[in-house]
Design a protein around this ligand. Structure first.
Ligand code: S3P
Length: 447
């Protein structure tokens, strides 16, 4: 598990041109949901394209601990589910490693079953807020006993006699929305979640695919999602699409390294996930969507990213934040090579991710010679233009895969190399990052 073993220092050096095809792994959000919904269905769900990263493997282990049979043969995963309300009580602590999505969705899925489970994770996950999940679960009738501030380790006593809930999301979080919907599966009647700002909608789409009755309507309050409780979920055959959040790294690396031309095939452009690519195009990036098509009801395209020496800083529309929340770290790297300021507002959720991502990036970028201003829910990167970012620093990845990969991308274009203190967290979401970037021609070495 990342961050528990020996650190893996890496040095990233000036690269380019990056060329070729970047086949990025399966979508992390959809991978977690495939395993969890498969475990809640009755019968066998088959999954291909699942992201075999540490986060998802921890969710697979957890599903086994709750009684589902989860196996893998030659990249095809099979989940024999126990049915809604059928979770068994685990006989040991559930360790979700580094994964906020894993632990939060699983707490939701078990919160309305008459079982008790204790959850923990690595140092990063143990520092993240869980009250955002245990508060709505308490409304269903569950009880949570955790550390001060609702931190892990935490014991959750599922509601034996759950009641349905109407919940207005206090923050734009698909994890909270999903936890409430998964809990609502085993509550009688209708569970309603209202999201004032749209967040990724994989849970709603996949619940519908598994046979649950879910509807969504836009009102003055926001998007009102209604789920009818106690469905029998039907097993599915799932092909996990490739992850736009992982695609972000080779795309951004190509934009800032001289002479590059990289194709990133088969990337989902669901509007709840594609905010980064729109933002890069707004900045003047040479980024095109080739072969646009529809796959399984989702817009998909092959992304082609070419070296873009004339990027301009912009103010990112704050209403776009949820659709690119995991991509701000790598956007801040691209912004360092643009001309002018890139202003990012409405992003306080970045402070409670695997690390405080504003602080982590701001400190590393400043050390590399870039001016960054920040406040609680905003930050501004002063672009220096292409060919003028010094680098020559050691930066901390803070148990955060996206911080480690963002700094790797930074080093591909700085004048002097960037040393990352520990690249091991990359394995949580993008285990082939190092080899894939090397195939494109990037200089990333273990030291
Ligand atoms: C995720 C939702 C996002 C995102 C995370 C994955 C999901 O978190 O940062 O990487 O799969 O639902 P929030 O919904 O808490 O913003």
């Amino acid at each position: 598990m990342s961050g528990h073993g020996t650190p893996v220092p890496m040095v990233s050096s000036k690269s380019g041109p990056l060329t070729g095809e970047a086949n990025v792994p399966g979508d992390k959000s959809i991978s977690h949901r495939s395993l969890i919904l498969g475990a809640l269905a009755i019968g066998e769900t088959k999954i291909t394209g699942l992201l075999a990263g540490e986060d998802v493997l921890d969710t697979a282990k957890a599903m086994r601990a709750f009684g589902a049979e989860v196996t893998e043969v030659d990249g095809t995963w099979s989940v024999h589910g126990v049915g809604v309300g059928g979770f068994a009580e685990p006989d040991n602590v559930i360790d979700c490693g580094n994964s906020g999505t894993g632990v939060r969705l699983i707490m939701g899925a078990m919160g309305t079953s008459p079982v008790t489970a204790t959850f923990t994770g690595d140092a990063s996950l143990r520092s993240r807020p869980m009250g955002r999940i245990t508060d709505p679960l308490a409304e269903f009738g569950a009880r949570a006993y955790g550390r001060t501030g609702g931190r892990l380790p935490l014991t959750l006593v599922g509601a034996a006699d759950p009641v349905p809930v109407r919940y207005l999301l206090p923050m734009p979080s698909a994890q909270v929305k999903s936890a409430v919907l998964l809990a609502g599966l085993n509550a009688p009647g209708e569970t309603v979640v209202i999201e004032p700002e749209p967040t990724r909608d994989h849970t709603e789409r996949m619940l519908t695919g598994f046979g649950a009755e879910v509807s969504a309507e836009q009102t003055n309050e926001g998007r009102v999602i209604t789920l009818k409780g106690r469905p029998e979920l039907k097993p599915q055959t799932i092909v996990v699409p490739r992850d736009p959040s992982s695609a972000a790294f080779p795309v951004c690396a190509a934009l800032i390294t001289e002479g590059s031309d990289v194709l990133v095939p088969n990337i989902g452009l669901n509007p709840t996930r594609a905010g980064l690519f729109e933002t890069l195009r707004d900045m003047g990036a040479d980024l095109s969507y080739e072969n646009p098509r529809d796959e399984g009801g989702e817009p998909v395209a092959d992304l082609r990213a070419k070296f873009s020496p004339d990027l301009e800083g912009i103010e990112v529309p704050p209403e776009r934040a949820a659709s690119m929340i995991d991509e701000y770290p790598v956007l801040s790297v691209v912004a360092a090579f643009a001309r002018g300021r890139t202003i990012m507002r409405g992003v306080k959720e970045l402070r409670v991710k695997e690390s405080d991502r504003i602080d982590a990036m701001a400190q590393g970028l400043r050390a590399a010679g870039v001016t960054v201003e920040e406040g609680e829910d905003w930050w501004i990167v002063e672009g220096r233009g292409f060919g003028d970012v010094p680098g020559g620093v050691t930066v901390e990845s803070r148990l955060d895969h996206r911080i480690a990969m963002s700094f790797a991308v930074l080093g591909f274009a700085t004048e002097q190399p960037v040393r990352i203190d520990d690249a091991s967290p990359i394995a949580t979401s993008f285990p082939i990052f190092e080899s894939l970037m090397a195939t494109l021609g990037a200089k990333l070495e273990r030291v």
